[in-house]
Ligand binder design. Structure first.
Ligand code: NAD
Ligand code: UDP
Length: 346
């Protein structure tokens, strides 16, 4: 019998890319819920894709029934955009922690395997490099730095899941994405200042001839992972050969794709200029420096670098990232250029 995978937040960046790959590469069935369907509309006719439009805070019976019915649960619903951590921290807590806690408890009730998206944000401002799942401290700032509510919400769920799991009450894997990017990451055609993650924020600025904003100068660094590499790791976690991912925490990121935010802006402008119709984009794109407080609000605090140790992913999953930053960005930009005419669906 083919594996039944439940994906909550199936229309999101990760959910939509994961579903596309699963349907193309495996014989598994997907059951998915989301409040939207724009990114998965090409999948809706696939007989192995069972989608329902719904809200995890409302359609609770559907969720409980499908947790009982499925073999693996991926609760991908969350607010995952830093600007919102500062502007609406309670919404982040309510969705990312409270709503997901209910899902976790249903998984405990039916002893279903949960693959929970933790985050690289849980390491916060840890001074380790690289961040080690087993030994790094998780370091956040003072309470008035509200940005950390996302990190704390995820960390507390990590701890709850781990506590159930280590007492034999819940089969689990916690995976920690480090700045995944690629097609479908946020909407670049509908400009909303500060509302999306850095790569889509920059792309949107470039396409709309608005200024690129380097928060606090852009010397801070991130390690970016292309979505196809990330999905390959996730599929191996779902497969769980010899149970190797059971009870484990796994960083999924690329230490080979580290870039400062300033370098990222320059690389992106260079790549967009390769596309026909965008040859002179540099002349229309100014790069500005803005303070973090001004850009996000007083509750923002940043971290200077965040590098994943990926020994667990290598040894447990036999996985290593293979897409370099430039070719990942080129594929992503190509997707958005092609989809310009279909802007309304993204
Ligand atoms: P996303 O915002 O693209 O997707 C979330 C999806 O949840 C959206 O499709 C949204 O419509 C849906 N949703 C929101 N509220 C809902 C509700 N009440 N009911 C039903 N659906 C609802 O986010 P993503 O990048 O795909 O991230 C998925 C998970 O991975 C999140 O838990 C996020 O915190 C985590 N994560 C992602 C990254 C990354 O690099 N993308 C990094 C760290 C952690
Ligand atoms: N950033 C920036 N300009 C923007 C958006 C983000 O300089 O328009 C910076 C942000 O301050 C952070 C980094 O880019 O240092 C990555 O931000 P992102 O929102 O992608 O997520 P994070 O890695 O902080 O979770």
């Amino acid at each position: 019998m083919s594996l039944k995978v439940l994906i909550l937040g199936v229309n999101g960046f990760i959910g939509s890319n994961l579903s596309t790959h699963i349907l193309a590469e495996r014989d598994w069935e997907i059951y998915g819920m989301d409040i939207g369907r724009g990114k998965i509309r090409d999948l809706l006719d696939n007989p192995r894709f069972h989608y329902v439009e719904g809200d995890i805070n409302i359609n609770k019976e559907w969720i409980e029934y499908h947790i009982k019915k499925c073999d693996v649960v991926l609760p991908l619903v969350a607010i995952a955009t830093p600007a919102t951590y500062v502007t609406d921290p309670l919404a982040v807590f309510e969705l990312d922690f409270e709503a997901n806690l209910e899902i976790v408890r249903h998984c405990v009730k039916y002893k279903k395997r949960i693959l929970f998206p933790s985050t690289s944000e849980v390491y916060g401002m840890s001074t380790d490099s690289p961040y080690d799942e087993e030994s790094s401290n998780l370091v956040t700032g003072p309470i008035h730095k509200e940005r950390w509510i996302y990190s704390c919400s995820k960390q507390l769920l990590d701890r709850v899941i781990y506590a159930y799991g280590s007492r034999g009450a819940l089969p689990f894997t916690l995976f920690r994405p480090f700045n995944w990017f690629g097609p479908g990451l946020d909407n670049v055609w509908e400009p909303k200042e500060g509302s999306s993650r850095v790569i889509t924020q920059f792309l949107s600025a470039i396409f709309h001839s608005r200024d690129i904003t380097l928060v606090n100068g852009g010397e801070q660094k991130r390690c970016f992972l292309y979505i196809d590499d990330a999905i390959e790791a996730l599929i191996r976690i779902i497969e769980n050969k010899d149970g190797l991912a059971d009870g484990r925490i796994i960083n999924i990121g690329s230490p080979y794709n580290e870039s400062s935010i300033k370098e990222l802006a320059e690389t992106m402008i260079e790549i967009v200029e390769e596309f026909s119709g965008y040859e002179n984009i540099r002349n229309q794109t100014k790069v500005n420096v803005v303070g973090g407080k001004e850009f996000y609000g007083a509750g923002y605090q940043d971290l200077v670098s965040r590098v994943p140790l990926i020994d667990n992913a290598k040894s447990l999953l036999g996985w290593e990232p293979s897409t370099d930053l430039k070719s990942g960005l080129r594929q992503m930009i190509d997707f958005y250029v092609q989809s310009k005419s279909e802007a309304d669906v993204l």
